[in-house]
Design a binder for this molecule. Structure first.
Ligand SMILES: NC(=O)c1ccc[n+]([C@@H]2O[C@H](COP(=O)([O-])OP(=O)(O)OC[C@H]3O[C@@H](n4cnc5c(N)ncnc54)[C@H](OP(=O)(O)O)[C@@H]3O)[C@@H](O)[C@H]2O)c1
Length: 309
């Protein structure tokens, strides 16, 4: 089967489409003919060797954690069922004609195209787990989302609304309208307006872009508010540890996990019209290097998707 692989860590030029053996499977897993796969910043970090400690030095390595496609094997779904999902772990492999996936890392697809469905899993699961599980966001509460127009942000805005919150977004001026269209109640341009000292501010501050800190936004948090970060650093690990001991304002780091029950909830929201995929650009498998270079600009509005025919 055709797959995107790389034989050494480096810039996007190390990526190549090659014929590799189809993955081995057993009945407990789900074998999928992949139709579309989305890119995430994690793909870029792994390809650059930032997680070498976990990904090691056995090449070739594959690319991609998100996918949508049709079931061709395994006992959980009928053959031909359309599914979508996200792989846990460090080893990407969904930019390929076939993928084998643990049964609890995929779910039946909602009524969307393959391209739209592939744009959801990792980013929307991150937003869901950050807001619901770490932020414990409740109906009527307030949330500020920094980086609201990117892959995770576009889902964070919609999920916060689905959870019944009042949403403030931070983005560049060119993305204010996008944030509004996703349901944000207040849209701020981060170059003009930084609500970090707002009194009576937010119950949750979701720092999707990850360039802030608890110290920076602390004054804007309500007394029992939570700052949720996406980017691992010594600072957020220390802040999470010390605020887990009963301090009033908490800091937490989200580490997304794939779960079919959470994917089912996302599907339900899609069906109810509460969640829609946001696809910025679509590329072919042989354009993956170009697609990764685009994602690397940190200017994507929503998701970058690779179609696989
Ligand atoms: N820990 C986890 O489990 C987990 C899971 C998923 C993602 N992440 C991390 O979360 C981060 C965001 O992921 P993503 O998929 O959303 O990335 P992304 O799609 O590449 O984000 C692009 C967005 O970032 C915004 N941006 C650029 N500069 C900014 C700034 N200075 N302040 C605020 N926003 C800015 C851009 O909006 P403008 O053009 O409007 O500035 C753009 O829309 C990444 O670091 C990723 O590694 C972590």
């Amino acid at each position: 089967m055709k797959a995107v692989v790389f034989d050494r860590y480096g810039d996007a030029s190390v990526l190549a489409v090659r014929d590799i053996p189809a993955p081995a499977t057993d009945a407990s897993q789900v074998q999928v003919r992949v139709r579309a796969a989305a890119l995430n910043p994690k793909d870029l970090l792994v390809r650059k060797g930032k997680f070498k400690l976990f990904t090691g030095s056995r090449f070739p390595l594959g690319v991609g954690y998100d996918f949508s496609g049709e079931v061709i094997g395994g006992s959980k779904f009928e053959k031909g069922t359309t599914v979508y999902g996200m792989l846990n772990g460090w080893f990407g492999r969904t930019l390929a004609e076939e993928v084998v996936c643990p049964a609890n890392e995929c779910a039946a697809m909602p009524e969307l195209t393959f391209t739209e469905a592939a744009a959801i899993p990792l980013a929307a699961l991150t937003a869901l787990q950050a807001l619901r599980d770490l932020g414990r966001l409740q109906p009527g509460q307030t949330v500020c989302i920094n980086g609201a127009s990117g892959g995770v942000g576009v889902y964070a805005v919609q999920i916060a609304k689905a959870l019944g919150a009042q949403v403030t977004t931070l983005s560049s001026a060119r993305n204010l309208e996008l944030c509004r269209s996703l349901g944000a109640d207040e849209t701020l341009d981060y170059a003009q307006d930084k609500p970090f000292n707002r009194s009576n501010g937010f119950d949750v501050f979701f720092d999707v872009f990850g360039n802030l800190s608890l110290a920076k936004i602390r004054n804007s948090l309500k007394p029992h508010g939570t700052y949720v970060d996406t980017v691992p650093s010594r600072q957020i690990i220390w802040d999470s540890l010390r605020t887990s001991l009963g301090w009033s304002k908490r800091a937490r780091l989200v580490v997304v996990r794939s779960r079919s029950t959470d994917l089912d909830l996302l599907s339900q929201w899609v069906t109810e019209g509460k969640l829609r995929p946001v696809v910025d650009q679509i590329f072919r498998l042989d354009q993956t290097a170009e697609a990764e270079k685009y994602l690397e600009t940190k200017r994507a509005r929503g998701k970058v998707v690779i179609e696989i025919n």
